[in-house]
Write a protein that binds this ligand. Structure first.
Ligand code: MRU
Length: 340
């Protein structure tokens, strides 16, 4: 029996992150004492996945309060505002980051008048609550989603929406874990997920660790396995869901949803409510991160394209709500039309 995967945790007044850049080759935990280093870890994908980013950033704010030499509440708030701004500038698409930072700001502001040590302790407590709530949400949505999975199911997933992308257990992979525990998973098709390979590096690693029957495919193979009738459902995570249900997720998700519709396969999104952004009417307003050209021009240190080739490297795409059969949340399975 393997122990639960805990990609983000608080220990001895420090943040501990499992460095996901090194997986599957090396399992290395790094210890963080400064918010600036947490911001760097988020930006460079040492920690990634929408809910995990939110949890890590919340602890980053707690670290900023801990390190601050301020002796007045206003001085502490000024230091926190610098950290909140810095952490918010790391990645633009996953709304869980901004949701968690807003929550930390509100808790700090509400503590005006209390001793500064109590303010600091309150921020650690809130970050831990965000982590604990995410874990509970994943388990709940995993169980709701498992009810959608037929016996002997062949499921396809994209990117990593597993324990590594969250406080633990996972969203899309949480559904798979719960269905697997009920003996319903015959096979999980794992898209490798170019260019950063979260599918092959991270989801496959989780499957091996937990004994989930799986088969890795290059992204371009998804159409063929659907055409052969070997996929019963697709389930992915989400980075931001707009008020109408349009969903941003890892680049390539939209293509899968189109393929699923063509082949009559249900396409599900699994996400906690912290991923829903009711302030955005539709997916057209979701900011899409563009990442370094080298992610596309290299595989590891191996060049796979000339350095002179211009690259377009969006990290996410938007799947229209009309292609989503259901959104699986901790409050239950939501069906269209979506109104958040
Ligand atoms: O760039 P990443 O690795 O942070 O992207 C992650 C994804 O797109 C996941 O599918 C999404 O965050 C859902 S995680 C529960």
């Amino acid at each position: 029996m393997t122990s639960a995967i805990a990609p983000v945790r608080w220990e001895h007044d420090r943040l501990v992150l499992l460095d996901q850049r090194l997986l599957p080759g090396q399992e290395l935990e790094r210890v963080y004492g400064r918010w600036e280093d947490v911001a760097d870890a988020i930006r460079t994908l040492a920690v990634r996945g929408a809910p995990a980013i939110g949890v890590a950033a919340a602890f980053g704010v707690a670290l900023a309060a801990r390190v601050s030499a301020a002796t007045t509440f206003d001085g502490l708030m000024a230091d926190l505002e610098v950290a909140l701004k810095g952490l918010a500038s790391t990645r633009p698409t996953a709304v869980n980051l901004f949701w968690a930072l807003d929550r930390m700001r509100r808790v700090a502001e509400a503590a005006r008048g209390r001793p500064l040590d109590a303010v600091r302790a309150g921020l650690v407590k809130e970050a831990q609550a965000i982590l604990d709530e995410d874990l509970a949400a994943n388990r709940a949505l995993g169980d709701h989603g498992a009810a959608l999975v037929p016996a002997r199911a062949r499921i396809l997933t994209h990117c990593n929406a597993g324990a590594l992308a969250t406080a633990g257990y996972g969203t899309a992979l949480g559904v798979v874990r719960s269905a697997h525990a009920q003996g319903k998973v015959a096979l999980l098709w794992v898209d490798e997920t170019r260019p950063v390979m979260q599918g092959s590096r991270l989801t496959a690693w989780e499957c091996v660790r937990d004994g989930i029957p799986h088969r890795l495919i290059a992204d371009v193979v998804a159409a063929s396995v659907m055409a052969r009738g070997e996929v019963d459902l697709v389930v992915t995570g989400a980075d931001r869901i707009a008020a109408n249900g349009d969903t941003a997720n890892k680049i390539g998700t939209y293509a899968l949803a189109v393929l699923a519709r063509h082949h009559g396969v249900p396409f599900y999104v699994a996400a906690p409510f912290s991923t829903i952004d009711p302030a955005l009417p539709s997916g057209a307003q979701i900011p899409i991160e563009e990442r370094d050209a080298l992610e596309v021009r290299r595989v590891g240190s191996q060049a796979t394209a000339p350095d002179g080739s211009p690259v377009f490297n969006p990290a996410f795409d938007v799947t229209p709500a009309s292609l989503i059969a259901a959104i699986i949340t901790e409050r239950g399975v939501l069906r269209p039309p979506y109104h958040f």
